[in-house]
Ligand binder design. Structure first.
Ligand code: N7H
Length: 441
C-alpha cells in the first residue's frame, strides 16, 4: 500500500474546505528558510492519513509546494524528470493557448519560489495559521501574491461560478480508493512520482511527491449566461430558460446539478446527480447508437468528454489528473447580470483557482488543455474546441460541434472566451520525508 502518512493530503484526497488561501512566496534567505521548514513548518503540514478521518483533521490544513526556481534557491538542482516543471509555466504559456497580456504580473515574473495552501472552515482560522507561519519564517520569505479561494454561498456551495457542481469525477487510485461505478481507475504512479505506473527516472527523494499545475482561471459569468440565452436551442417542450440550461449542460457535459447529460440528455435529473453510484456511471456508448458518431446524448466537444473521453479513446489512457481547485472572487452583482458583461473592477474578478496533480505535467494538465481542449480535431470528427476551457490560436473565434441537440452536425461559433487564463505556475509537492531529510538540510 501507499505510505499515506508521507504523502501531502491535498494530492489524493483534497483539503475540501470552504476557504483556501494560496500564498505564493519567494525565498529571501535559503538557509534560514530551510531550517524553519524542517523544524517549524513540517509539523504543520497535513498528511493524507490525517485527512482521512474527521478525528485527525486539523482545524486548518496546510500543504506546501515548490517551483523549480524555489528548489534551485534551496540548492536542489537535481533533475526531477519533468521539463515543463523545470522550465516553469510562463515558458509554456503560448503552447497552452494563453495570452500572456492577461497574466497577472506575479505569474509573469520569476519571483515565485513556492506556494502555501491553507484551508479551513473560516477565514479567521486561515489567517491565524498564516500569521503563525509568517512570524515563524520572518524575513526568510516574502509574499509575492495571494489568491483567497472560497466556496460559493448557500446552495451554490460545491458549485463553481458558472453554477455547475464540481469535484464529481476524479480518478480512483488503484490500491488506495474503491472505485465508484464508472470512475476511472489509475495506477498510483499516474498521480504520484516514483510509484507504480510512473515510467520516468527520478531522484529517490522525489518519490510520493506530485506535480501541482496551478492556474488562475477567470470566469466571465455574465457573458456566459448571456451566450446561453442568445444561443439557446428551441426544443419544443422546453421553455426559453430550460433551453438555455440545456445549452449550458451540453457545453459542460453535466447539468448544473451534476447529472451527466450522457444519461440525462434533455432534462436535468437531480436524483441521478446526487447518487454517487450512478453519477459517474457512463462512458458515452449506448446500445443501438454508434458511439463514434452519436452526439444525441453528449456532444464530443463537451468539457467533460474532451477532458476525459472515456470509451471514445478505449478507456485506457494515462491522461488523468487529480483536481483540487476552489472558486475565488465574489458573486455576480446585479449590475453585471443586467448588463451581461463582467465589471472591469478587479475586485469583482471571479473564477477558479485551478489545482491539478499528476506525475507528468505533459501527460496530465498540459495534454488535456493543449491536445484535447484546444485541439479542434483530436479524434476522427472535426469537433471543435472545448466550449468551456478551449481556446483558438491567438485567442481567435472558437467553434464547438454538436451543441445543438436538434442538429448535432452543426458547429456553434463562439466569438469570445468565457474562461481567461490569468496565468499560473508549475510546482512540486514533495513527500513529508523529502521535506525532512532532503529539502530542509
Ligand atoms: Fe473542468 N466547470 O465548472 O465548468 N470541470 N473546469 N477543467 N474538468 C469539470 O465531473 C471547469 C478545467 C477537467 O472525468 C466539471 O467533477 C471550469 C481545466 C476534468 O469526466 C465542471 C474550469 C482542466 C474533469 C468543470 C475548468 C479541466 C472536469 C464537472 C475553468 C484541465 C473530469 C464536475 C474555469 C486542463 C472529467 C466533475 C471526467 C470536470 C468546470 C477547468 C479538466 C463543472 C469552470 C483547465 C478532467
Amino acid at each position: 500500500g501507499l505510505n499515506l502518512t508521507d504523502i501531502q493530503g491535498d494530492i489524493l484526497v483534497g483539503m475540501k474546505k470552504n476557504k483556501e488561501l494560496f500564498f505564493f512566496f519567494s525565498i529571501a534567505n535559503a538557509q534560514a528558510f530551510k531550517s524553519h521548514l524542517g523544524a517549524d513548518i513540517l509539523p504543520l503540514i497535513t498528511s493524507t492519513t490525517q485527512l482521512l478521518s474527521v478525528n485527525t483533521q486539523p482545524i486548518t490544513t496546510l500543504n506546501i509546494a515548490f517551483s523549480q526556481n524555489g528548489l534551485t534557491a534551496m540548492g536542489r538542482t537535481d533533475n526531477l524528470g519533468d521539463s515543463l516543471f523545470s522550465n516553469g509555466q510562463l515558458s509554456d504559456a503560448s503552447s497552452l493557448g494563453d495570452q500572456t497580456a492577461n497574466w497577472v504580473s506575479a505569474f509573469a515574473g520569476t519571483d515565485i519560489d513556492g506556494v502555501l495552501l491553507l484551508a479551513s472552515d473560516t477565514l479567521d482560522n486561515v489567517n491565524n495559521l498564516l500569521t503563525q507561519i509568517q512570524s515563524t519564517l520572518g524575513s526568510s520569505i516574502s509574499e509575492v501574491y495571494r489568491i483567497q479561494g472560497q466556496a460559493r454561498p448557500g446552495d451554490q456551495a460545491g458549485h463553481e461560478h458558472f453554477g455547475f457542481m464540481d469535484g464529481i469525477s476524479n480518478p480512483a487510485i488503484s490500491g488506495f480508493s474503491t472505485p465508484l461505478p464508472g470512475q476511472a481507475v489509475v495506477a498510483p504512479g499516474i498521480i504520484l512520482v516514483g510509484e507504480r505506473g510512473d515510467g520516468t527516472r527520478r531522484p529517490s527523494w522525489a518519490k510520493d511527491g506530485s506535480f501541482l499545475a496551478f492556474r488562475q482561471l477567470q470566469q466571465r459569468v455574465p457573458e456566459f449566461n448571456k451566450f446561453l440565452r442568445d444561443n439557446a436551442p428551441t426544443e419544443p417542450n422546453l421553455s426559453v430558460d430550460q433551453n438555455a440550461e440545456l445549452l449550458g449542460a451540453r457545453m459542460m457535459g453535466r447539468w448544473k446539478s451534476g447529472a451527466p447529460v450522457d444519461l440525462a440528455p434533455l432534462a436535468d435529473d437531480p436524483a441521478l446527480a446526487a447518487d454517487p453510484q450512478r453519477n459517474n456511471n457512463f462512458n458515452y456508448t449506448h446500445a443501438g447508437f454508434d458511439f463514434t458518431t452519436d452526439q444525441s446524448h453528449c456532444p464530443f466537444s463537451a468539457h467533460l468528454r474532451k477532458t476525459n473521453p472515456r470509451a471514445d479513446l478505449g478507456g485506457n489512457f494515462p491522461n488523468h489528473i487529480m483536481r483540487a481547485g476552489i472558486p475565488y472572487g465574489p458573486e455576480v452583482t446585479d449590475a453585471e447580470a443586467a448588463s451581461g458583461s463582467s465589471s472591469t473592477d478587479s475586485n469583482l474578478e471571479r473564477g477558479l483557482a485551478f489545482v491539478a496533480y499528476q506525475s507528468s505535467i505533459a501527460t496530465g494538465f498540459k495534454f488535456l488543455q493543449q491536445t484535447w481542449a484546444n485541439n479542434p480535431s483530436f479524434h476522427t470528427l472535426n469537433l471543435g474546441q472545448d466550449p468551456i476551457i478551449g481556446v483558438a490560436p491567438g485567442g481567435g473565434v472558437r467553434s464547438s460541434g454538436g451543441l445543438n441537440p436538434q442538429n448535432t452536425a452543426h458547429a456553434t461559433t463562439i466569438n469570445q472566451d468565457f474562461v481567461i487564463s490569468r496565468g499560473g505556475e508549475y510546482f512540486f509537492a514533495p513527500s513529508l520525508s523529502a521535506i525532512q531529510h532532503t529539502l530542509s538540510v
